[in-house]
Design a protein around this ligand. Structure first.
Ligand code: NAD
Ligand code: MG
Length: 405
């Protein structure tokens, strides 16, 4: 049975990764609609002071923290006075909390493959799943989509490109987990801003600092996805995400660079029509779309002043300048094990870059090495979550042998 959120019932939301960029935007939208939605639980991995402030502001009944030290920091930040929420500890508590009856909707906004088990648990429990955590789909697309189907979950994409595509698909084709491309659709066209180094001379990129890589021209996001946007591996992850979400073959997914980030993506139909979704680059729009679906609700995002934007530019992506984009297409075509290797090696490389241990230009080299290593091994089985997590750990160990982990 598909999860249904009645218009009259209060929608109870669990926000995984509430202290992050998507988490904060989600709480902002929820707070605008106290008559129709409330927060049941929040989770965060660090910044317990922020988590305590959030829990106090939204009245969460439960918080999930990674360990006992975080629990102590949460309680210290909470202070005396009001009774604290129930504090649960550990990764299993994330999966258990999203499966509870007290939860209708799960915002999966943990960064990285670390968010996979809890997102999968929400799908299996048949919840409305708002998926921001693209790494979960990249690492475990077939597994995740099967869990959505078998659990009867309602899957709504939060990534702005996929949310745009979802909005542009024919109404009847907005199934949670289609098994074939929507009828009449020729191609999906993902827009990409090109990030902060769209025009940079590749010879200058060796000296790039984390601050420069995280200075995205249009979007304000967490540090990992900001670096992914600079390398355009983010767009590569999104191609793989679109493949699984919309059952679309890789050769019918295009990327076009659009520096203004106003057109969030497009669907091209057999008759030549191209439908696009436009808006300001503010994640509260796709978040509100998914929280309110199928209704439209306020998000706090202002008007799109096209006269002020002035022009919308488009250009083909430069695969030589952005090798990570090419590597992602190759990984998608090579199969799921390659996608796991792509994602895990990128997570390790980006972390090393952010910590000053790896030059920016080596991110692509680490991913390429991991893909070659993976291709040279005998076949691995990825039948279940354990298989995916085991390969993910092996790739991280391989990157560790390169001196990165
Ligand atoms: P962020 O770094 O700002 O926040 C990440 C959140 O996850 C934090 O609350 C953190 O405490 C938690 N977290 C980190 N590691 C964890 C772990 N091991 N276990 C449990 N929780 C952990 O990231 P973000 O920018 O909000 O991105 C979140 C996800 O949404 C990513 O998958 C990203 O690709 C996707 N996304 C983000 C944006 C955006 O605009 N920020 C847009 C599209 C998609
Ligand atoms: Mg995106």
């Amino acid at each position: 049975m598909a999860a249904e959120v009645s218009v009259n019932a209060m929608q109870r939301v669990v926000v995984l990764g509430s202290t992050g960029s998507i988490g904060v935007s989600t709480l902002d939208v929820i707070a605008r609609h106290p008559d129709r939605m409330s927060v049941y639980a929040l989770s965060a991995h660090s910044r317990m002071e922020s988590l305590a402030a959030q829990a106090a502001a939204c009245g969460a009944a439960v918080v999930v923290v990674p360990d006992d030290a975080a629990r102590a920091r949460f309680l210290a930040a909470w202070g005396g006075g009001a009774t604290p929420p129930e504090i649960r500890v550990g990764a299993q508590a994330l999966a258990d909390t999203v499966a509870e009856d007290a939860c209708d909707t799960v915002m999966a906004a943990i960064v990285g493959a670390a968010g996979l088990p809890s997102a999968l648990a929400a799908a299996r429990a048949g919840k409305r799943v708002l998926l921001a955590n693209k790494e979960a789909l990249v690492a475990a697309g077939p597994l995740f989509m099967r869990a959505v189907r078998e659990g009867g979950a309602e899957l709504l994409p939060i990534d702005s490109e996929h949310n745009a595509i979802f909005q542009c698909l024919p109404h009847g084709a907005r199934a949670s987990a289609p098994t074939e491309p929507a009828a009449g659709v020729r191609r999906l066209v993902l827009t990409a801003s090109g990030g902060p180094f769209r025009r940079a001379d590749p010879a200058d990129l060796g000296e790039v600092t984390p601050e420069q890589a995280c200075a995205h021209p249009n979007w304000s996001m967490g540090r990992k996805i900001s670096v992914d946007s600079a390398t355009m591996l983010n767009k590569g992850l999104e191609v793989i995400e679109a493949h699984w979400l919309f059952a679309m073959p890789p050769d019918r997914i295009e990327v076009v660079v659009h520096p203004q980030s106003v057109v969030h993506s497009m669907v091209e139909y057999e008759d030549g029509s191209v439908l696009a979704q436009l808006g300001q680059p503010d994640m509260r729009t796709p978040i509100a779309y998914a929280l309110g679906f199928p209704e439209r609700i306020g998000s706090g995002v202002g008007l799109l002043d096209l006269a002020r934007v002035g022009r919308l530019d488009f250009e083909a992506p430069d695969f030589a300048r952005f090798p990570c984009l090419r590597l992602a297409f190759e990984a998608l075509r090579a199969g799921q094990a390659a996608s796991v290797a792509l994602n895990a090696s990128n997570e390790v490389a980006v972390q090393a870059f952010l910590e000053g241990r790896l030059p920016y230009t080596w991110i692509a080299r680490v991913i390429e090495a991991a893909l070659e290593w993976q291709a040279g091994r005998s076949s691995v089985t990825l039948a279940d979550l354990d298989g995916v997590l085991a390969l993910d750990a092996e790739v991280r160990a391989y990157a560790g042998d390169l001196g990165l982990a």
